[in-house]
Write a protein that binds this ligand. Structure first.
Ligand code: SAH
Length: 332
């Protein structure tokens, strides 16, 4: 049981866990990260006295699994209830090469993108690094790929997100290679610059969705503060500093951003860097008027991109509301 008078241990690096002698810290950290322990009593290589003492001082933020839905395509969506009643969602995608988990970084979201369900009720609160980690540890699958693409804007919760990345990749914990982690942002230029400086080798995905300010302003309120030119400047900087190719997400919507002219502008914008475009036919969200373009329009758009590498994303989990843009959060 979570106890808010105690220290939440899943958010801590081993050196921050006060336990003596110091090699015990690594043991405790490994029980959590490698073996997904939910209680101190199961840490059987620790002396009973230490286990009891740890339980007095620390709490493990194991979220309650409130519901799990399984899609016809095998995708799962887990609804968790956090200790304060906040609800968040996690999606599990099973591929031939392993399981990918789509993690939420906030309860709700303040960005309010026109086509996305996650921001419909605004932001409730940031998640802690431990609450992000818990989604990977307790989802019931051997996770080998993490995408920060659930509810929330990871760069609006910068410090906890970076802490999460360090925790999940820590060799004494889960030890997941950051090459297997993708972080998706709606376009916080300053956050992208900070991430480049930190040199955390994740794959950066940028939710672009439009190549010009006029179209992007209609879809994403963030663009009114950070226009396309400023965002692209930060992306180019990221590419130059890290040498890593950025993946650009483009939710393609009937009659809004799907013309060959949009495609040509997009290609011109990305020409200066090694980019990859991830085209996502918009998923339906209740109460939102957006429709997917027909196959022919999508094919023309792809041709308009010329030599820019592009993938059309396969929709997974839309029958259970686990597809991109369908994840939300509600409070109990
Ligand atoms: N805030 C971050 C992380 C969320 S990622 C970001 O904006 O990138 C979720 C991805 O799903 C983003 O690319 C988002 O734009 C996309 N998305 C949102 N609503 C969608 C919808 N209705 N259909 C398809 N993709 C959607």
């Amino acid at each position: 049981m979570f106890d808010d008078k105690k220290i939440e241990i899943l958010s801590l690096y081993p050196e921050e866990i006060e336990a003596e002698p110091s090699y015990r810290r690594i043991q405790i950290f490994s029980w959590l990260g490698k073996r997904s322990a939910k209680t101190f009593s199961e840490m059987t290589n620790l002396p009973a006295g230490l286990r009891a003492e740890l339980a007095e001082r620390f709490t493990i933020a194991v979220p309650e699994e409130t519901e799990r839905r399984i899609s016809a395509d095998g995708t799962e969506k887990i609804l968790w209830t956090l200790h304060d009643g906040e609800r968040i969602e996690t999606a599990l995608m099973k591929y031939k090469h392993g399981t990918s988990v789509c993690i939420s970084t906030q309860a709700g979201c303040r960005q309010g993108c026109a086509f996305c369900a996650s921001g419909s009720h605004g932001l409730s609160r940031n998640l802690t690094a431990g609450e992000m980690l818990a989604q990977a540890l307790y989802c019931g699958a051997a996770v080998n790929h993490v995408v920060l693409m659930g509810t929330g804007e990871p760069l609006d919760n910068f410090d906890q997100t970076v802490r999460f990345l360090k925790l999940i990749s820590h060799p004494e914990g889960r030890g997941l290679s950051l090459r297997n982690v993708s972080l998706s942002t709606c376009g916080d230029a300053e956050g992208i610059r900070k991430l480049a400086e930190l040199k955390v080798p994740v794959t950066l995905s940028v939710s672009l969705h439009a190549p010009d300010n006029e179209t992007r302003n209609r879809l994403m309120p963030v663009n009114r503060k950070i226009p396309v030119e400023e965002l692209m400047g930060a992306c180019l900087n990221y590419f130059q500093i890290t040498g890593r190719r950025i993946s650009y997400e483009y939710v393609i919507i009937d009659g809004i951003n799907d013309s060959p002219a949009h495609a040509r502008k997009l290609a011109a914008l990305l020409r200066k860097q090694a980019a990859h475009v991830n085209l996502i036919p918009v998923n339906p969200v209740p109460g939102k008027p957006f429709k997917q373009p027909d196959k022919d329009t999508i094919a023309k758009f792809v041709r308009g991109l010329g030599s820019i590498p592009v993938t059309v994303r396969r929709t997974l989990g839309s029958d259970i509301g686990a597809a991109c843009g369908q994840m939300r959060s509600t409070k109990t």
